[in-house]
Design a binder for this molecule. Structure first.
Ligand SMILES: [Zn+2]
Length: 422
C-alpha cells in the first residue's frame, strides 16, 4: 500500500509505503505498489496511542465491549489502547488477566492490559504477565475499592521498576474532599466536593514517594494546572483527558450528571491553564479516560450517577479541530497523542512515521470539520459530553498495515497485545 503525497505533521509532503505490517519507506516519488491511495492535501499521522481506557470487559459488557470500544477507537484514529484494571473481576492476578486477555482478543486495535494494585493482588502472578503498566493505582481513596496505602504503593513502584513497566497513578486524596457540600443536589456539587486541593496534594505525595525511591510515576488525568506543575517540577510525566481540556464547570448546567467524572471538571480558568500547558509542553500526553456508562445509568442524582464519560473516538478529532484553528500545532498533536506515549510506555515500534515502524496510521482531511454527534459514534453508550462541538474525524485508519476503518465501515481484523508480541 502506498500513500501518495501525504502531508506529515511537520509539514513535509511524502510518499509512505507499507509492506506487510510495517512502514517500508518514507520518501518522494516512491514506486507505486498494488494499492495506491491519493493523499494529496491530506494529513497522515501515526495512530493515537490511548494510554487510558476502560473497555469494561469482563463484568460490565452492557456499558462497552472490546468490539464496540475498539471500533470507537479505530473510528477516532486510535490504534492502540491501554485497558485499566477496574473490571469485574479486577485484573489483579493470573486468572483475571487471562480472562481479560481472552476477551481483548476481539479488539480491532492494538492493546495492552494494565495490572491493578490492591490489597488482594498477586504481584508475582500478575508481573509474570506482559502488562502495559501497573495502575491506574488509586492512592488511599476511601471511596473506591481499589485505594491503597503508602507501603503497598512503594512495593508496587519497586516491582514495576524491576519489571521495566510504568506505574500510573490516579491522584486524588479523599481525605481532602469537602464533605460540607454533601447536601447540594446540583451537578457542580461534584466539582465542589472533589477539590482541586485533593488532587494537588495527592500528586505531591505520589511524586514524593517515587522520588524517595529514585523511581518515577506517571500521573493519570491531571485536571489542575497546579498539579501539572508539581509533577513537571518533580520530573514525572503526566497526562490530560479531553474533558479537562475542552469542558469546565461552566458546562455543568448543560451537562448535568453526564458531566460527572473523576477527577471532576474544574473552573474555566483552570481549563485554559491546562490547554496552555498542553501546548507549551508541561503536559506530556493526552489520554482519554474513556469510561462509558449507559444513558440510564447516568440519568441519576449527582451523588448516585457513576463517574466517567466516553472519549476514545473524539479525542484526536477535537485536537485536530484545534490544530485547524491554529491554537496548537499538528506536530504537538502528534507528539501528545502518539510519539510521547510510545516513549513513556516503551512501545518501541509505534508512534512515528518512519521506516521500520508499525504501519498504525491515520489519514485525515484537515479541513473536514464536522459536528460531533453521540448517536453517530461507535461506543455502546451512544452519548458524548462533546455533543455539538466540532471535530476533524479520520477518513481511514490502519493497524499494522491493515485498513481497519474506512469511510464508516470496519474490517475484520484482530489487534494484538503489544506486550505479548511487541
Ligand atoms: Zn482514574
Amino acid at each position: 500500500m502506498l500513500f501518495r503525497d501525504a502531508t506529515l505533521a511537520d509539514g513535509r509532503v511524502r510518499d509512505v509505503r507499507i509492506e506487510g505490517e510495517s512502514i517500508a519507506a518514507v520518501g518522494t516519488d516512491l514506486d507505486a505498489t498494488d494499492e495506491s491511495i491519493d493523499a494529496d492535501g491530506k494529513l497522515l499521522l501515526p495512530g493515537m496511542i490511548d494510554a487510558h481506557v476502560h473497555f469494561r470487559e469482563p463484568g460490565f459488557s452492557h456499558k462497552e465491549t472490546w468490539t464496540t470500544g475498539s471500533k470507537s477507537a479505530a473510528a477516532g484514529g486510535v490504534t492502540t489502547v491501554f485497558d485499566q484494571p477496574n473490571t469485574d473481576p479486577p485484573t489483579i492476578d493470573a486468572e483475571s488477566y487471562n480472562r481479560k486477555a481472552e476477551l481483548a482478543a476481539a479488539s480491532l486495535v492494538e492493546y495492552a492490559i494494565n495490572g491493578g494494585v490492591t490489597d488482594e493482588w498477586n504481584p508475582d502472578e500478575l508481573l509474570a504477565k506482559p502488562l502495559g503498566a501497573l495502575g491506574e493505582v488509586f492512592l488511599a481513596d476511601s471511596t473506591g475499592e481499589m485505594g491503597i496505602e503508602t507501603d503497598l504503593f512503594e512495593d508496587a513502584i519497586k516491582r514495576a521498576r524491576d519489571a521495566g513497566i510504568p506505574v500510573t497513578v490516579h491522584a486524588e486524596d479523599a481525605t481532602l474532599f469537602d464533605e460540607s457540600v454533601r447536601d447540594r443536589t446540583d451537578a457542580d456539587a461534584w466539582s465542589a466536593y472533589r477539590t482541586a486541593e485533593a488532587e494537588m496534594r495527592a500528586i505531591e505525595h505520589a511524586c514524593g514517594v517515587a522520588e524517595r525511591l529514585g523511581s518515577t510515576v506517571h500521573i493519570a488525568h491531571t485536571s489542575t494546572p497546579e498539579g501539572v506543575d508539581i509533577a513537571a517540577d518533580a520530573g514525572m510525566t503526566c497526562e490530560v483527558s479531553p474533558h479537562h481540556l475542552f469542558l469546565s464547570r461552566d458546562d455543568l448546567d448543560e451537562l448535568g450528571t453526564f458531566g460527572r467524572m473523576n477527577p471532576p471538571l474544574r473552573s474555566e480558568d483552570r481549563r485554559v491553564g491546562m490547554f496552555r500547558r498542553l501546548v507549551e509542553g508541561d503536559i506530556d500526553i493526552v489520554a482519554t479516560d474513556h469510561a462509558p456508562h449507559t444513558l440510564e445509568e447516568k440519568d441519576a442524582s449527582i451523588w448516585d450517577t457513576p463517574s466517567g464519560v466516553p472519549g476514545v473516538e473524539t479525542a484526536l478529532p477535537l485536537l485536530l479541530e484545534q490544530a485547524r484553528r491554529g491554537t496548537i500545532s499538528y506536530e504537538r498533536v502528534r507528539n501528545v497523542t502518539a510519539t510521547n506515549v510510545a516513549d513513556i510506555f516503551g512501545l518501541e515500534s509505534k508512534g512515528r512515521i518512519e521506516e521500520g515502524f508499525d504501519a498504525d496510521l491515520v489519514l485525515v482531511d484537515p479541513d473536514a470539520s464536522t459536528d460531533i454527534r453521540g448517536t453517530q459514534l461507535h461506543s455502546k453508550c451512544d452519548w458524548t459530553p462533546f455533543e455539538g462541538r466540532r471535530g476533524v474525524f479520520p477518513e481511514l485508519t490502519t493497524v499494522r498495515g491493515m485498513v481497519v476503518f474506512c469511510g464508516g465501515s470496519f474490517a475484520d481484523h484482530s489487534g494484538r497485545n503489544v506486550r505479548v508480541w511487541g
